[in-house]
Design a protein around this ligand. Structure first.
Ligand SMILES: Cc1ncc(COP(=O)(O)O)c(C=O)c1O
Length: 403
């Protein structure tokens, strides 16, 4: 067999203004590169305690089952539905984009009956439609995506909690794109299962899915008549490792756990409320800039806009891929295109965690202006950056007034 010499790894240094993964703070890279220890080493147990304490603060919960699953965000979806659903159960999933649809698809792999309640991409699902769909039925779970990353839409959790209460259902919320960027309080909002991803607003590497489970959901797990169809994602056995016994379940990604711990330390140092405000302010400046450049947003109602992902309509005269490639080649900036029915119709600009910064918003607007002009799109010179600066000035004045 021929020997192929492969060069040393040397990836480009991108600014990832994508809907995930986001760029990471240098402190997180340093934690990732610290020496490996064994997953049952007594020292590592203390590190696991730290991770659980940090996760509980970020989710705002006292839940016993709170841990990072060794899986990407999709693993969080899978764990949520396979632990709750069994033969004879009925589930309702509110679908308004690719990722909420994924919850319905994964639930469809269980023996339960799954009903999708849909809204057009770019809008949240109306909780009234969920109420109507579940009326007179025994519904086990109501699930939805708090932040629908494919279209940049946020959904109000409290309205869905109300409907789930009326239906006697557990509430499952996907916060992959919203945790640590958007107000969320798992205990106060009585979310039964809430999961996220490490690579978005927490700004740790991809590959883990923090999850938390209410005592009510734990009770449902205990009363199951059948085994959970997945051994790996059976949360009750996985908790033997993350619980007080620390019994071996599988070998977790130790280095990713180190990185997650450091990323969460950064979240707590900043403070959740400051972080929510930072995401809001930077998105408002981005939107002001985009609109001043003559671009339109997919999500028309400002209240429905997810602060971490802004969906921009691609002007008809402009080539989606050429623009994204130029941003990458000339400015080292990555943004994302649309998924499914929104492919080639929108760009998705992510301002998540470490990437939600004033300097990046202004840089991106300038880079986008240059790129659009090169692609033949006419726009008022400097309008985007100018409008964003004004937005920051107003936000600063408003903050000073409220102090
Ligand atoms: C809202 C939402 N849920 C689930 C997922 C799936 O996560 P992953 O790609 O990490 O498996 C994503 C990924 O972007 C997401 O945005």
């Amino acid at each position: 067999m021929t020997t192929h010499i492969i060069g040393e790894l040397n990836p480009p240094n991108r600014l990832m203004l994508t809907p995930g993964p986001s760029s990471m703070d240098p402190r997180v890279y340093r934690a990732l590169a610290t020496p490996l220890v064994g997953h049952v080493d007594p020292w590592f147990r203390g590190c696991m305690d730290d991770v659980q304490l940090l996760l509980r603060q970020i989710f705002q919960t006292e839940n016993r089952i709170t841990m990072p699953l060794s899986a990407s965000g999709s693993g969080g979806i899978e764990a949520s539905v396979v632990n709750t659903l069994e033969q004879g159960d009925e589930a309702i999933v509110a679908v308004n984009g690719t990722f909420s649809d994924r919850m319905a698809v994964i639930a469809g792999h269980t023996p339960a009956k799954v009903t999708k309640v849909e809204a057009p991409y770019g809008q949240p699902v109306d909780p009234e439609d969920v109420r109507r769909a579940g009326k007179g039925k025994k519904i086990k779970i109501v699930g939805f995506a708090h932040g629908e990353t494919s279209s940049g839409v946020i959904t109000n959790i409290d309205n869905f909690r109300k409907v789930a209460d009326e239906l006697g259902a557990l509430l499952i919320v996907d916060t992959v794109a919203s945790l640590a960027a958007v107000p969320l309080d798992v205990d106060r909002q009585r979310i039964d299962i809430c999961f996220s991803g490490t690579q978005k607003a927490i700004s740790a590497p991809p590959g883990m899915s923090p999850i938390t489970v209410s005592p009510q959901a734990e009770e449902v797990f205990r009363n199951r008549k059948t085994k959970v169809q997945s051994w790996y994602f059976d949360l009750t056995t996985a908790m033997n490792y993350w619980g007080k016994d620390r019994l071996y379940h599988h070998t977790p990604p130790v280095s990713l756990i180190f990185a997650l711990r450091e990323a969460m330390r950064i979240v707590i140092e900043e403070g959740l409320e400051n972080r929510w405000e930072r995401h809001r302010t930077n998105q408002l400046a981005l939107i002001a800039g985009l609109e001043a450049m003559g671009l339109e947003l997919l999500v028309k109602n400002p209240e429905d806009r997810l602060p971490t992902v802004t969906a921009v309509m691609i002007p008809s005269a402009v080539d989606d891929v050429k623009v994204r490639n130029q941003l990458l080649d000339e400015f080292n900036i990555e943004i994302a295109g649309g998924l499914g029915p929104l492919k080639a119709k929108i760009w998705r600009v992510g301002l998540m965690g470490h990437c939600s910064q004033k300097q990046y918003v202004l840089l991106f607007l300038a880079a986008l202006e240059k790129t659009l002009i090169d692609q033949g799109f006419r726009l008022p010179s400097g309008a985007g950056v100018g409008a964003a600066i004004q937005s920051y000035t107003h936000a600063g004045a408003a903050a000073a007034l409220s102090r």
